[in-house]
Design a protein around this ligand. Structure first.
Ligand code: SF4
Length: 412
């Protein structure tokens, strides 16, 4: 690899590592002949020790930025090494890496170099070269740059598998403090366009035989956790809004990494606990797959998630009047409310009980985490959590994880 491209790659791959909105669940594109595949089995994604996705070639087009977002390494006021790829260089890297089996696809983000249109144009050029000239059929995820022309977003959407617009902060107030050049309404515009064009394509497919795909793997976004005083309730409320209004496939969360000093930022040594990011992901899962509402996960009296106990267990502890649930009679949605029971085990339960009653003897074969579920269920009328349902405080101590012990140094 030429030395100059290698140097750019070092800079622009490092600059992209704070963007976590690049996990892929693949997409199915029929009739595309050429190199690469986007089918679910063909795309695998792994995560680095710090939680970042590492299966795609993940780079920025450029880290020259005209914006000055307080939390960002690439902000215009930071004195850092800068570089920009040409579209040809990104194409060369992608094809070379793909042929060597290093990557399954490309995640291309970008800082905003001259303006939104110039940046988006270069992203579209990369997409066009990869898809049309190189006949690259692998997975591609690109950023939709807010403020870019709808025509450019449209062109990118016809060629990419997934697009994302990073909202970064949950509230207008958060943006005003840390990224004053960004406005929520401006960030929502490309999200709305992607949603509408996807719906149009879906409708066209019912009428016309040859209809091109548009962002077939859907759109995603990312929010930073802990850079402002935004509460988990505000963050989950925003996620819920995005899922409901823009058909968002995923909202990714990234615990704030304190790389810059600033009066509106947390102090450099005070990174938020990673467990907070984990709890928000769990709550997000409850929104998407368990039909929980934000108000159920976090009632008005609770601004933030409990760091010790997972959000579903916390809901159960607050709603003990709902339990115990009889496994042989509960509906699917009631089963999903039980800690230790997920969609898969709930489906197994509803299927199994058509043939035989679920008893304390066969309940372990249904994929239930009995360690959690036992305090909340009955099987054929028998309560599995002891002689009686414990009081909430006692129950909390029973289900809380054991304290983490510190490894002491021998001092040798
Ligand atoms: S626009 Fe993006 S790259 Fe530029 S400073 Fe803001 S977050 Fe960083």
């Amino acid at each position: 690899m030429e030395q100059e491209i290698y140097q750019k790659l070092t800079i622009l791959a490092a600059a992209a590592k704070y963007d976590v909105s690049c996990s892929s669940s693949g997409s199915d594109k029929k009739g595309v002949k050429g190199l690469g595949s986007t089918s679910c089995a063909g795309i695998c994604h792994t995560w680095g020790a710090d939680g970042r996705c590492i299966s795609l070639l993940k780079i920025l087009m450029t880290n020259h930025c005209i914006y000055d977002c307080a939390y960002c390494l690439n902000r215009v006021t930071n004195d850092i090494a800068r570089a920009s790829f040409t579209p040809e260089e990104v194409v060369t890297l992608t094809m070379e890496f793909y042929r060597r089996n290093y990557i399954e696809g490309l995640f291309l983000s970008s800082a905003i170099e001259k303006n939104a249109n110039a940046t988006m144009e270069r992203i579209v050029q990369v997409l066009s070269l990869l898809r049309h000239r190189e006949r690259f059929g692998g997975y591609i995820h690109v950023k939709a740059i807010p403020g870019a022309d709808a025509k450019l977003i449209h062109e990118a959407g016809l060629l990419a598998d997934r697009m994302s617009v990073n909202i970064e902060l949950a509230t207008e107030e958060g943006l005003r403090l840390l990224a004053p050049q960004k406005k929520l309404e401006k960030l929502f515009l490309p999200m709305q366009q992607i949603k509408e064009e996807k719906m149009q394509i879906k409708e066209d497919k019912t009428k016309y035989r040859y209809t091109p795909d548009f962002v077939p793997a859907g759109q995603s976004t990312q929010m930073i956790i802990g850079a402002t005083t935004e509460t988990d309730r505000q963050i989950l409320g925003r996620s819920d809004f995005l899922y409901q209004n823009y058909d968002m496939k995923r909202v990714y969360y990234s615990a704030y990494v304190p790389i810059n000093a600033g009066e509106n930022l947390p102090a450099l040594q005070t990174a938020p606990p990673m467990v907070r990011e984990h709890r928000i992901y769990q709550a997000d899962w409850l929104l998407r797959y368990y039909s929980f509402g934000v108000d159920e996960i976090l009632p008005e009296t609770a601004a933030n998630l409990d760091l010790e106990i997972d959000p579903k267990m916390m809901w159960a502890l607050r709603n003990m009047n709902f339990f115990p649930v009889e496994l042989n009679r509960a509906s699917y949605s009631e089963l999903l409310r039980i800690p230790g029971i997920g969609p898969l085990s709930a489906r197994k339960i509803t299927k199994q009980r058509k043939y035989a009653a679920i008893t304390e003897h066969n309940v372990t074969k249904l994929g239930i985490s009995l360690k959690k579920a036992r305090y909340f269920i009955t099987c054929n009328g028998k309560y599995l959590g002891g002689s009686q349902v414990p009081e909430p405080e006692r129950l909390r101590s029973l289900v809380a994880p054991p304290p983490a012990y510190e490894q002491l140094s021998l001092g040798i």
